[in-house]
Structures are given as C-alpha cells and as structure tokens.
Design a protein around this ligand. Structure first.
Ligand code: ADP
Length: 268
C-alpha cells in the first residue's frame, strides 16, 4: 500500500521560525507489520494440525476396541504430525533466511550437481504420482553460493511442480546462460496459477485456490523460502503460468565474475 509513516518533531526557533523535522519511519513500521502478520499466520497455520492431533488422539482412545478404526485414526495422526513437523521446520528455515543478509558460507557451486540432487530428492514422489522428471544434459555452469540452500530452493520448485501436476505429464528442468545470469527453470504441465494470483504465490503462507482445493497439505512457505534463498544469492525468481496448462518457475543467479575468481585464484 502507499501509506507513508512520518515521525515529525516541531521546534520553535525564536518568534519567527518553526523547525520541522520529519523522519520517514515507513520501513520500520512496515517491518513491524510484517512481523505481526507472520506471527498471526504461524499461529493460524499451526492451530489446525494441532487441533487435529488432539481430536485424533481422543478418537483413538475411544476406539480402542475396534482395530480397524484404531488403524485409521493412527494413520491420520501420523500424517498430521508429519505435517506439523514440516511446517515447523519450514518456519525455522524461513526465519533463518530472513534474518541473514547474504550468505554465511559461499563457495563455487556446480549447478549440474544442484539439479541432480534436487531431482533425486523428488524422484520417488514423482514416480508415485506418475509424473516424469526430465532434465537436459550437463552444462558445466558454476555460481557462487551455498549448495545446500540452492538445492533447497530448487527442491521446493520441483516438488511443487510434481504436486500440482496430473498423472502422465512431464516436469522439465533446464539450465541455461542468459543475459549475464545462470537460469534454472522448472516447467510443468499442471494445474497452473490464475493471473491475478501470480504475484502472491511468493508470499508466506499463500496458497492459490486450485492448490487449496487439491488438499495437498502444503504450508504455503515453499516458494517464500525459495525466493529468500535466491535473493540472498543476489538473484531473482520469476513465474510464468497459464491456468489449466502449466507453469514455469525460473531462478536467475548472477554469473561468476571471471576477474574476481581469477584474482582470488579460486577458479582455473
Ligand atoms: P505450498 O505448495 O506448500 O502450498 P508454496 O509456497 O510452495 O506452498 O506455493 C504457494 C502456492 O503457489 C501453492 O499453494 C500453489 O497454489 C501455487 N503453486 C506453486 N507452485 C505451483 C505449480 N508448479 N503449479 C501450480 N501452482 C503452484
């Protein structure tokens, strides 16, 4: 929104002049607001699974004589507790990323390696969902960054692509060099994202309608985490999508400045 918050001080200088000091506090006000929202969202997100765990535990106690029901409740209990554990883990990761101004540990990272690890992490779920994961050949491109975080970002994109795709479709992962950046893109033939929601999918806890109606059990934090990782690398993340046809998420990372790497002797 376009509100500006000014902190104004007025001082009289003699009888003829008044000194006005205005300090722009918009940013700190906005950050306070973001923090308040974050806490409210976390509480809201945790309330549902915590409530479910409580109810299921009670149901288990009263169904103790009926093995089939016990099994059913126990299964749902396990699912809800996994969901709780995942959301908590994602919140921790996100707040760590938000408080970091850059990268604590950066080194040369082989992008092909990042792609192959992230694909491997999604292979089992893709197979289960009958979605084919396909990537291009090796590129040999390197970026400067934190491999674990880059894998985390790409893993979130690939797991979304798999999650939001129907059976017998394909998710393609490609790497290329363009306009001074290394681009990694993930393209799916899935449900797509409505135009008016494209800007919002990177917001914390945001879930679009098609995703919500699919009950995928996501937290709405994955893309926010990916965005923070990429921003901490000095890059950006973009999305293109057509409702009902598919989406492409592209991570852009700055290419390595050859002068800098030559000078430090890190490369060659
Ligand atoms: P989650 O997937 O846990 O809900 P994310 O932050 O990863 O949270 O994604 C936010 C929302 O963006 C999702 O709920 C979904 O609506 C939408 N989205 C993300 N990736 C895709 C995709 N590949 N296809 C369609 N919708 C997507």
């Amino acid at each position: 929104d376009a509100n500006i918050y000014l902190f104004v001080r007025v001082a009289r200088l003699g009888t003829r002049y008044v000194l006005l000091l205005a300090e722009d506090r918009t940013e700190s006000y906005r950050l306070d607001e973001v923090r308040r929202d974050f806490v409210a969202n976390i509480s809201h997100e945790l309330k549902t699974p915590i409530g479910a765990v409580g109810l299921l535990a009670e149901a288990l106690v009263s169904a103790s004589d009926e093995p089939d029901q016990v099994k059913r409740f126990a299964k749902r209990l396990t699912k809800e507790s996994h969901r709780l554990a995942r959301i908590t883990q994602e919140i921790i990761e996100l707040s760590r990323l938000q408080s970091a101004d850059g990268l604590a540990e950066a080194a040369l990272v082989d992008i092909d390696n990042v792609v192959s690890i992230a694909i491997d992490q999604n292979r089992a779920v893709a197979e289960f969902n009958k979605v084919t994961l396909a990537s291009g050949g090796l590129t040999g491109f390197e970026v400067f960054g934190d491999e674990t975080l880059l894998v985390l970002a790409l893993d979130n994109l690939i797991s979304n692509a798999v999650q939001y795709s129907p059976e017998n479709t394909r998710v393609g992962i490609g790497v290329r060099h363009r306009d001074g950046a290394i681009e990694v893109s993930v393209t799916d033939q899935g449900v797509g994202i409505p135009d008016d929601e494209l800007d919002r999918v990177f917001e914390r806890f945001y879930r679009s309608d098609p995703a919500r109606s699919r009950h995928t059990g996501g937290s709405g934090l994955g893309l926010s985490i990916a965005k923070h990782v990429v921003q901490n690398h000095g890059g950006d993340i973009r999305v293109w999508s057509q409702l009902g046809h598919g989406s492409t998420f592209t991570i852009r990372l700055p290419e390595i400045d050859p002068d800098v790497t030559n000078a430090t002797g890190d490369k060659q």
